[in-house]
Design a binder for this molecule. Sequence first.
Ligand SMILES: NC(=O)C1=CN([C@@H]2O[C@H](COP(=O)(O)OP(=O)(O)OC[C@H]3O[C@@H](n4cnc5c(N)ncnc54)[C@H](O)[C@@H]3O)[C@@H](O)[C@H]2O)[C@@H](O)CC1
Ligand SMILES: [K+]
Length: 501
Amino acid sequence: MLTAYTSDEIRTAERVLIERLPEGTLMGRAATGLAIACARALPRVYGSRVVLLAGGGDNGGDTLYAGALLARRGARVHAVLAGSRAHEGGLAALRRAGGRILDLRGAPEPGPAVTDLVGAADLLLDGLVGIGGTGALREPYATLAGLASGAPGVVVAVDVPSGVDASTGEVAGDAVRVHLTVTFGAAKTGLLIDPGASHVGTLHTVDIGIGPHLPEPGVAALGAADVTGLLPRPGAKSDKYRRGVVGVVAGSDRFTGAAVLAVGGAVRAGAGLVRFASAAEPVRQVRARWPEAVTKIVTPEEGVRETGRVQAWVVGPGMGTGDEAFALARSVLDSDVPVLVDADGLTLCARDRSLLRRAAPTLITPHAGELGRLLGVSVAEVEARRLRHARRAADELGVTVLLKGSTTLVAQAGMPVRVNTTGTPWLATGGTGDVLAGIAGAYLAAGLSCYDAASCAAYMHGLAARVAAGGPEGGEAPIAALDVALGLPEAIRRLTAPARG
Ligand SMILES: NC(=O)C1=CN([C@@H]2O[C@H](COP(=O)(O)OP(=O)(O)OC[C@H]3O[C@@H](n4cnc5c(N)ncnc54)[C@H](O)[C@@H]3O)[C@@H](O)[C@H]2O)[C@@H](O)CC1
Ligand SMILES: [K+]
């Protein structure tokens, strides 16, 4: 499991060590790890052109010390000093190692000399600001961030891409986009959460010894072993009821695709049985595509009361947002089993949030627009502050929240927010959310908590999409939502196969 921390949590843990260790020890460890990672990112160090963008704080200090180490191995190192001051020890070390200095202090803007340096660099280090950064980058940092993002060489962020809020992933103005982020001590929360996460590239953590002093994490990402341990698997005594019966209420006479996809997600994720309840046309479509499902045509008046026993419900995809859909959704939410609410179901709940007040656990799976409607804020506001809004929704609505997006978040009051790292841009296509709802529903019915069901479903959904998009000879191709459902068995096989060799 990858765990992540806010800037304050990192600083508190560092303080314990700073008091015990000789001055400069932590910065020395950070700079050494950084220089090693940079050397690995270059075909060879000797003769390489390295440019350091150094801010006035300790982030600039790490960068200058690492630059000195690379200069000692024969790199041609130029430092651009961008802050109103420069880290004295780091600057002296770089000078001693033969590094060259371009001092921007007092200059209104970077100028052509910097543009030329950046354009010719094999390796560019972004050491403008780290965990001490607050708000939008000011000049000349903002212009330098733009230059760095477009640099032709390898761009490496020191601790955090400058302009990304290390604690939240929020990006208030310009921020550097890098190929590699070398972070110190532990991952910062903002490196895992969009929009910040999209600036990070590959994430590499340098151990500087603060691990034992870190608190419980506020954010975590499950790894393959965690998910393998959580995924429901049939045992010798399993039958379809013990493996979990999931009920799906989805589709309408106008929209049938969502029903087929949600049922497909549940079937392929390994539900013992899928009971499908809806209007006549989606029932016909589901029967044709998934003969495994037990189907029932229901009316809004009778609801799902006579549908047969299920261990969890999925309600919402493609069901419409009118009064009849409202009545049907209410009958599902009146039940005493876990319910997953998705898509149109969320629009109905935004109309009357009391629908979500229930004794049994509830999982909601909104995208930013649906969460915005539930909370009464704009989609842009949710996208800009995803962590805050996912947590707020979990607290205010008393439910588990799976917030979809390029990095999916799972929030539940009192628990670390889980970030999913398996997603792929190929998933950004219509209907994949319906498949996700089906997968999570199957896991809920198998007995996983809303928190684990949502986290595992997001993980497997991403993995299945990668399986579907990838070919045996490498390369990737566009996928349709149904491909994700069909990719699930292979994804589960790959995840649970014993390691070879
Ligand atoms: N504290 C420690 O023991 C360690 C700190 N380390 C490094 O130290 C960094 C933190 O150093 P600092 O606390 O000095 O802070 P930073 O160097 O991250 O940033 C502080 C500087 O940035 C400026 N600044 C802040 N926001 C800005 C903005 N929006 N636009 C322009 N300038 C802005 C401030 O005026 C200040 O000069 C870490 O990210 C890491 O790189 C590492 O050496 C590991 C050990
Ligand atoms: K930085």
